[in-house]
Design a protein around this ligand. Structure first.
Ligand code: HEM
Length: 419
């Protein structure tokens, strides 16, 4: 095959830590190539970016996920033996379980819960001098996630569970204390949810049939067995953890309206078509999931380059969402660009790409869009608020990132229902 552009350095792990979201784009855009070879964590790595790269990355014949996710990430963010590390028939079967949670009826239930809980929270905010949106979003989303998933949550444990679920996600790029908080939260949340799984199985707890807790507790594997309680816990947490993580996008959504008053104006006047475009642009523009990894299943050629069996390949999610070949003025926030979006499953990939049922694309993408749409419309149509003076810049190095102030705002009034 052709020569893959290579970085002439020993190991780039420190550069990754220093450059964050821009690490991969800095290399691919610099080399003017959608493929670059480097060394990270002591191994040879191929980095790829763009629509065609994503199409190749999601070709099951070419890649596997087993052993692609570092243990340190499994021990905090994901848990072990979950859907993320499965391949082939085992993956399809497990993924089917997740997608059976995402029915139209279930998403409508999620929308109802979301409206009710955001309004209840906003009512309380009017009584406060000011609020930190990130903190309120975590707690509100934790209530929403648990009710939707059939997970009982007592009012006096809500803040702590919200923090634990958030800490799992916040640990991704962390070293030292931030990573350790994720490890601790992993132990605490798995113990909590594994016990709920046992309670469902011996009849002490009866969540509604269409909830994640019920579906996962009763899920039968290909070998005819139920999931081990700790693996079932990992999978229930794979529902409630990322639902709480929508808090990052919520804060960026509020920031977007603050920085683009015209978008806020239009949100006020227009219907769901516009709010959907705003939500898509928030998910495209702001950094969240940076990249994904997979291993080459068997030798193959892609665009003339040789990929050797076992090589770790990283797909640049953030860089693809900002790729100058795919997006006009990629670094401008412009919801209208989604009017003419050709709906490729491989160019807009904040939550992964490809097919939901057959591949690893995020099972919760529709749920994420729903929850964010409700929040953005509420913010524009039903809340009267002022944004406090604060530094709203965010790091491009910290993964995941958010404005450090957490978005402080004063809520003056909750107006009559408008959505
Ligand atoms: C997978 C991002 C919300 C459930 C993924 C993947 C990404 C992602 C990048 C990996 C795709 C791949 O490996 O190819 C996000 C982001 C979210 C979000 C940025 C916004 C907060 C959610 C929600 C849920 C969810 C709300 C559930 C309600 C899952 C599951 C998988 C997944 C179960 C594993 C799918 C598989 O391996 O087959 N997500 N997600 N996510 N997500 Fe999300």
């Amino acid at each position: 095959g052709k020569n893959i552009p290579k970085e002439r350095t020993i190991d780039q792990t420190f550069a990754l830590l220093a450059e964050g979201y821009n690490y991969l784009p800095n290399r691919t855009y610099r080399e003017n190539s959608n493929i670059v070879q480097t060394r990270l964590l002591g191994q040879k790595i191929i980095c790829i970016s763009g629509e065609e790269a994503a199409r190749a990355f999601y070709d099951e014949g070419r890649f596997i996920r087993k052993t692609a996710i570092p243990k340190r990430i499994q021990k905090a963010l994901f848990g072990e033996h979950g859907v993320q590390v499965l391949d082939d028939e085992e993956h399809k079967h497990r993924k089917g379980m997740f997608m059976s949670i995402m029915t139209h009826e279930s998403l409508e239930r999620l929308e109802k819960i979301t409206k009710r809980e955001w309004r209840a929270a906003a009512g309380n905010w009017t009584k406060e001098e000011e609020i930190v949106l990130l903190e309120e979003a975590k707690v509100t989303l934790c209530r929403i996630a648990c009710e939707w998933a059939g997970v009982p949550l007592y009012e006096d444990e809500t803040r702590e569970r919200a923090r634990q679920l958030f800490d799992l996600v916040d640990s991704i790029g962390g070293v030292g204390p931030r990573y350790q908080r994720g490890r601790k939260a992993r132990k605490q949340t798995e113990k909590w949810v594994a016990d709920l799984i046992r309670q469902v199985r011996d009849g002490r707890l009866s969540p509604a049939e269409d909830t994640a807790l019920s579906i996962i507790a009763n899920h039968v594997q290909l070998d005819g067995e139920l999931l081990e309680p700790d693996v079932a816990a990992v999978e229930v947490i794979n529902i409630i953890r990322p639902t709480v993580a929508i808090a990052y996008f919520i804060v960026f959504g509020a920031l977007a309206l603050h920085e683009h008053p015209s978008v806020r104006e239009r949100l006020r006047e227009e219907d769901g078509t516009y709010s959907k475009m705003v939500v898509q642009e928030i998910r495209r523009y702001y950094p969240f999931a940076p990249m994904l990894g997979a291993r080459v299943r068997a030798d193959f050629l892609w665009e003339g380059y040789a990929f050797k069996k076992g090589t770790l390949v990283l797909l640049d999610l953030y860089g693809t969402n900002h790729h100058p070949d795919l997006w006009e003025k990629p670094d401008e926030f412009n919801p209208d660009r989604f009017k003419n979006w050709k709906k490729s499953p491989f160019d807009f990939i904040p939550q992964g790409g490809g097919d939901y049922d057959k591949g690893h694309r995020c099972a919760g993408e529709w749920a994420t869009v729903k929850v964010m749409q409700v929040f953005m419309e509420l913010l524009a149509k039903e809340l009267e608020y002022e944004v406090c003076d604060q530094d709203l810049s965010y790091s491009m190095v910290r993964i995941p990132t958010y404005p450090e102030s957490g978005f402080r705002m004063r809520v003056l009034n909750l107006k009559p229902k408008a959505i």
